[in-house]
Design a protein around this ligand. Structure first.
Ligand code: AHR
Length: 517
C-alpha cells in the first residue's frame, strides 16, 4: 500500500471507530428559553509570584533579548491575548499575604529584594509591582483582580494601596502614582481581603476572619466610578462552613462575593496527589470524577447562599481551581511545575460546563495558574513557549464568554465507570453567543468508546454544526517543545441527514460547534 493510501485508510478507520457506539445519546436544546448570562470572567486566570509563573514565564524585563513590550514577553502576551483572557488575579495566592505593595513601586533598581518564603525560598526582587501588573492587564485588554494582604498587612496598608491605584485628585498617594509614571487612575475591578484565611493566609477560623473582614472593609474606599467588587476569602474543597458564616453575619459594607478554592488530585489526597502524565485509566477516571464532585460542593455552597441571600447579592467566585499533581521530578517542589495533558483539557471543559450551569451565582473564576505553574495555559523554557492542551480548551470555549445559557437536557447518557468511580459519559452545554449564534459544547469523557449525540433543537433551526474538536492519541497526550502540536483543535463539521443532526464524539474529546440553520 502506498503511504498516501495508508494514511487515507487510517483516517477512514478512525472515522468509523468514532461512529461505533451502542446507542445514540439524545440532547434537547431549547433556544426559546434563555437562562442567565455566563460572565466572561468565569474564564479568568491567576498569576502569582511563584516559580517561573511571572518571572521568566511572562516578565523578562525591558532589557532582555527576549522580545518584549516594557518587560512583558511578546510571545506569551500575544498567545494570552488570542485566548481573550478576560481577567487576571495577582499577586497571589499565599504570596498575597506576604506582599507589601510599597516595595513594588518606584525605580526598579531601588526596590527591596525579599525572600519568597512561601514559594521555594527564592529571591523576589519586586520587579513586577503595581504599575507592571496593570501594564500587563492593559496589554491583554483584561480586567484586574488585586488580592490584598490581610495576613501580614493591615487595614491601613490595603486602604492606601486602593487610594494609590484609584485616587483622582492631588492626594500625596495620587501624586506618588503620577511621579511613578501613571497619571490617570488604574481601574481595579476586584479586590480581595486576604487569601485562604483558613490556611496560608493566617490559619483563622471563619468567625475570626469575618470580624477582621468587617473592620478592614470599612476603610476600603475608592471613587464611585472605580469601585471594585470586594471579595471575602472563603472556604476550600468541600467546605461549606465559611460560606455559611460569611453569609449570615450581615456584612453590609463592601461585600460582593466569597472566594472559594477547589483543586483536584487524581488520588483525592493532598499527600501523594498522583502524576500529571504516564497514568493509567483508573487515574483518568478518578480525576474526572473528583471534578464532577466539585459540582456538589458548588451546589451546596449555592444552596447556603440561596437561603441566606435570596436576592443573590453575594457571588460565589471560584478564584482558584484546577488540577494539582506531584511536582515534576527534578524541579524545585516549591515551583509547582507540572505537565499538562489531554486529561487537563477535558477536566477544564467539565469545569466550564459547571460554571455555565451555575452562571447566576458564579460570576468569576480563576484557573490556577496562567504560565508554568500548576494547570497552566503556557509552558516556557527560556526563550521557547508551548501552548498546553488546557490552553486549547480555553480557546475552544471563547464563544461562551458573555453568552446566554440555554437549557440542554441529555437522555440515554451512558455511565462511564471503572474501578469504583463513575460519571456520565457525555456532558453538554449550550448558549446563545454575543454574536447571536447558537453554540454547543460536548465532552466525551470515555477514553475508549465513541459516542453519538442526536440533537433536537426547539426554537431554532440546526441543520449543520461547524466548529472544532480537541482530542489526542493517548489520555496523556501533551505538547512538548519537541512536539508542540500533538494536541491541537481540528476542524469539525456535521450535517443533518433526513432532517436529524447527529454529532459523533471521538473517545476522550471535546467538541465545540456553532449550530446553523
Ligand atoms: O495556586 C497555588 C496556591 O494554592 C495558592 O497560592 C494558594 O492560595 C493555594 O493554596
Amino acid at each position: 500500500m502506498t503511504l498516501k493510501k495508508k494514511a487515507f485508510t487510517l483516517a477512514v478507520g478512525a472515522l468509523l471507530a468514532w461512529s461505533a457506539h451502542a446507542a445514540d445519546v439524545q440532547l434537547s436544546i431549547d433556544a426559546g428559553k434563555p437562562g442567565p448570562v455566563i460572565h466572561r470572567n468565569v474564564y479568568g486566570q491567576f498569576a502569582e509570584h511563584l516559580g517561573t509563573g511571572i518571572y521568566e514565564g511572562m516578565w523578562v524585563g525591558p532589557d532582555s533579548k527576549v522580545p518584549n513590550v516594557r518587560g512583558w514577553r511578546k510571545d506569551v502576551v500575544g498567545a494570552l491575548k488570542a485566548l481573550k483572557v478576560p481577567l487576571v488575579r495577582w499577586p497571589g495566592g499565599c504570596f498575597a499575604d506576604e506582599y507589601h505593595w510599597r516595595e513594588g513601586i518606584g525605580p526598579r533598581n531601588q526596590r527591596p529584594v525579599k525572600v519568597n518564603t512561601h514559594w521555594g525560598g527564592v529571591a523576589e526582587n519586586n520587579a513586577v509591582g503595581t504599575h507592571e501588573f496593570f501594564d500587563l492587564v492593559e496589554q491583554l485588554g483584561a480586567e484586574a483582580y488585586v488580592n490584598g494582604n490581610l495576613g501580614t498587612g493591615s487595614a491601613q496598608e490595603m486602604a492606601e494601596w486602593l487610594e494609590y491605584m484609584t485616587a483622582e485628585g492631588n492626594s500625596t498617594l495620587a501624586q506618588l502614582r503620577r511621579k511613578n509614571g501613571r497619571d490617570k487612575p488604574f481601574r481595579v475591578h476586584y479586590f480581595a481581603v486576604g487569601n485562604e484565611a483558613w490556611g496560608c493566609g493566617g490559619n483563622m477560623t471563619p468567625e475570626y476572619y469575618v470580624n477582621q473582614y468587617r473592620q478592614v472593609a470599612t476603610f476600603l474606599k475608592t471613587p464611585d466610578n472605580n469601585r471594585p467588587k470586594f471579595i471575602a476569602s472563603g472556604g476550600n474543597a468541600n467546605d461549606t462552613r465559611w460560606t455559611e458564616v460569611l453569609s449570615t453575619q450581615n456584612i453590609k459594607f463592601n461585600f460582593d462575593a466569597i472566594g472559594h478554592h477547589y483543586y483536584v488530585f487524581p488520588s483525592g489526597k493532598w499527600e501523594g496527589k498522583g502524576s500529571a502524565a504516564g497514568f493509567k485509566e483508573d487515574e483518568w477516571i478518578s480525576l474526572l470524577s473528583y471534578t464532577q464532585d466539585f459540582e456538589k460542593t458548588v451546589a451546596a455552597n449555592i444552596a447556603i447562599l440561596d437561603k441566606n441571600d435570596p436576592q443573590k447579592r453575594i457571588g460565589l467566585y471560584l478564584d482558584e481551581w484546577g488540577s494539582w499533581y506531584d511536582p515534576e521530578p527534578g524541579t524545585n517542589p516549591g515551583f509547582l511545575v507540572q505537565r499538562n495533558t489531554l486529561r487537563d483539557a477535558v477536566l477544564a471543559a467539565l469545569h466550564f460546563h459547571m460554571f455555565h450551569a451555575h452562571a447566576d451565582r458564579v460570576h468569576m473564576t480563576n484557573i490556577a495558574q496562567m504560565v508554568n505553574v500548576l494547570q497552566a495555559m503556557i509552558h516556557t523554557d527560556k526563550t521557547r513557549m508551548v501552548l498546553t492542551p488546557t490552553y486549547h480548551a480555553f480557546a475552544l470555549y471563547t464563544p461562551f464568554q458573555d453568552a446566554t445559557t440555554l437549557p440542554a437536557t441529555l437522555s440515554g447518557n451512558p455511565e462511564y465507570a471503572l474501578a469504583g468511580k463513575s460519571l456520565p459519559a457525555v456532558s453538554a452545554s449550550a448558549a446563545r453567543g454575543k454574536d447571536g449564534k447558537l453554540y454547543l459544547a460536548l465532552i466525551n469523557v470515555n477514553p475508549r468508546e465513541a459516542q453519538t449525540v442526536k440533537l433536537a433543537v426547539q426554537g431554532a433551526a440546526a441543520r449543520r454544526a461547524v466548529g472544532q474538536v480537541l482530542s489526542g492519541e493517548a489520555m496523556d497526550s501533551e505538547n512538548t517543545f519537541a512536539k508542540p502540536e500533538a494536541v491541537k483543535p481540528k476542524p469539525y463539521e456535521a450535517q443533518a441527514r433526513d432532517g436529524a443532526l447527529s454529532l459523533p464524539l471521538p473517545p476522550k474529546s471535546i467538541v465545540v460547534v456553532a449550530l446553523e440553520g
